[in-house]
Design a protein around this ligand. Structure first.
Ligand code: MCA
Length: 507
């Protein structure tokens, strides 16, 4: 095996050295950070985290607002060999309890406003320390970092060394930790930089959250591996996006970003004139959005396909035809095959189960070897749970999901998790959760509830209870009460019937 250092940061560092004085990012209020600044602050943070008790391989759980400092915290973990465990700011204390208990972090970094609630959870999970970082870059982590040396060095990482642990809820309702290695991230980012021809001339408009693959690995990875720069927004605000697009060359987003742009009259061809690449992913891009975007701006949005377990698998081409409704051919080095339920390859154009193999694919679920074994074939393909087909030109289309999942505004929601929660509420006999079309989020969550006693529950009872315990994007947009759920002869709830019955509820 090669002894080449696979630490992703080593490869970012080559750009930090080459572009030391160049801008890495500029915030929406005009604060500029150079590549050298990022190198220095990440070194200080790495030293601070080490002094607080972290050693290579330890998890560092992070639930903080997006800021230049939170980006440096990610870089610090990479360079020190700590396993970065990012958490959505929307997670509630109850959800965090599960994540921290399962990930067993040595350190937890949180917003100062949440410290009182998180400290006992972190203590119970065995963390040695909790430090804080707010959206302006202040907090006890920053204080520790200021007292540390910037000269940290880079911890060498080999093939199976973890870079990050990201959770996905899963169809059982219990979240699973997805183990991503430095090699996974490095190889996939290299493939994307080549496929999309990123260079130091690029400026990316970064409006995505940085607790998911899209904003964290794809967007930041392409920038930092190519010496490019970013306009760094704290979140997606369509007015800011329109304001900053003219100075940028690339935008990455979920389909909601594009439908929201199209809803603005002053989003014009001129505003988009400097952009060379609009990328969409994390959820299906409707063909009508693709067409309307092209008509308005002259640009064909490039749709690509990935998932947390695999990073990016396929991409429409930078040069060549971008076919709406497809996610393009597999990226170089990635193999995609479509098989039937017996594992046999299907004919070209036939629909089947989509499987992936390549250096991008994760090494397994955290502490779940049996589940890992179940999801991989004997010849090393990962069963994505997506249904797909490949056309005669090699373009892949995702045509459905074998697993029960809703994608809302680019975020995966697993109905089982919400059903388990609602079923436990007093007055509820049972429930079924489905996704139905939503004009803004693509799909929105609807809960269909059978109460113990008809007429005794209100929609607000369920919504308020969910809001108190579940991350906001999982909260049903509507709740409907029924006397019974439709079931097939095997007594299985017919979710397709529910999806059809309530298909216009959110539009
Ligand atoms: C916010 N809300 C949502 C969502 N986001 N509801 C459903 N789905 C959502 N995604 C709710 C809030 O609870 C709130 O409800 C109301 O909408 C407004 O909230 P706000 O925070 O103002 O919304 P926003 O800032 O406009 O956010 C919407 C968003 C955001 C911009 C679409 O969700 C977003 O940035 N999504 C991108 C997620 C992403 O990065 N996905 C990549 C995953 P209320 O008013 O009732 O409180 S990586 C991945 O999937 C794979 C690997 C891949 O291939 O990329």
């Amino acid at each position: 095996m090669s002894t080449k250092d696979l630490n992703l940061y080593t490869h970012f560092n080559a750009q930090i050295l080459r572009h030391a004085d160049d801008e890495l990012l500029c915030t929406s209020d005009g604060r500029s950070y150079s590549y050298a600044d990022a190198g220095e602050l990440s070194g200080r943070m790495a030293g601070a985290l080490r002094d607080l008790g972290a050693t290579p391989g330890d998890r560092v759980s992070v639930q903080v607002e997006k800021s230049p400092e939170s980006l440096c915290l990610y870089l610090a973990c990479l360079r020190a060999g700590f396993v970065f465990h990012p958490l959505n700011m929307a997670y509630t204390a109850g959800e965090l309890e599960y994540f921290l208990d399962n990930a067993e972090p040595v350190l937890v970094v949180c917003d100062p406003g949440n410290e009182a609630a998180i400290r006992p959870i972190a203590d119970a999970a065995g963390a040695k320390n909790v430090v804080t970082l707010d959206g302006d870059g202040n907090g006890t982590l920053t204080e520790h970092a200021a007292a540390s040396s910037p000269d940290f060095g880079i911890v060498k990482r080999q093939h199976d060394d973890l870079a990050a642990l990201l959770y996905s809820s899963g169809t059982t309702g219990v979240p699973k930790g997805i183990m991503l290695t430095h090699a996974n991230l490095l190889r996939n980012t290299e493939a994307l930089v080549n496929a999309w021809e990123f260079s130091s001339q690029d400026r990316l408009l970064h409006a995505l959250p940085i607790f998911h693959v899209h904003g964290l690995f794809v967007a930041i990875g392409c920038v930092m591996l190519s010496g490019a720069s970013m306009r760094w927004l704290p979140g997606y605000n369509v007015r800011d996006v329109i304001r900053f697009l003219p100075e940028c060359s690339v935008l990455m987003g979920v389909p909601t970003y594009y439908t929201r742009l199209l809803a603005e009259n002053d989003f014009t061809k001129e505003v988009a004139a400097n952009i060379r690449l609009f990328v969409s992913g994390s959820a299906p891009l409707l063909e009508e959005t693709f067409v309307e975007f092209e008509t308005r701006t002259g640009h064909c949005i490039l749709e690509r396909y990935g998932m947390t377990e695999t990073n990016m698998n396929a991409s429409n081409p930078l040069k060549g035809e971008r076919k709406p409704g497809t996610v393009g051919p597999p990226l170089p080095g990635v193999e995609i095959r479509i098989v039937d339920d017996e594992g046999r390859n299907v004919a070209v154009g036939e629909t089947g189960n989509l499987q992936v193999r390549g250096p991008n694919v994760f090494i397994g679920y955290w502490k779940l070897p049996d589940k890992t074994a179940e999801d991989f074939t004997e010849d090393g393909f990962f069963n994505t749970g997506d249904k797909g087909r490949i056309d005669e030109d090699g373009y892949v289309s995702i045509v459905g999901r074998a697993k029960d999942m809703v994608i809302s505004g680019g975020l995966n929601v697993y109905p089982k998790e919400i059903e388990l929660f609602i079923d436990d509420l007093p007055g509820v006999r049972e429930s079924a959760v489905v996704g139905v079309p939503h004009a803004d989020f693509g799909e929105g969550v609807v809960a269909v509830v059978v109460p113990e006693n008809a007429g005794e529950m209100r929609e607000a009872d369920i919504v308020d209870a969910c809001k108190a315990e579940l991350a906001n994007f999982k909260v049903p947009k509507r709740v409907v009460f029924v006397d019974e759920l439709p079931r097939n002869t095997m007594a299985k709830v017919q979710k397709n019937v529910l999806r059809e019955t309530y298909r216009d509820l959110l539009s």
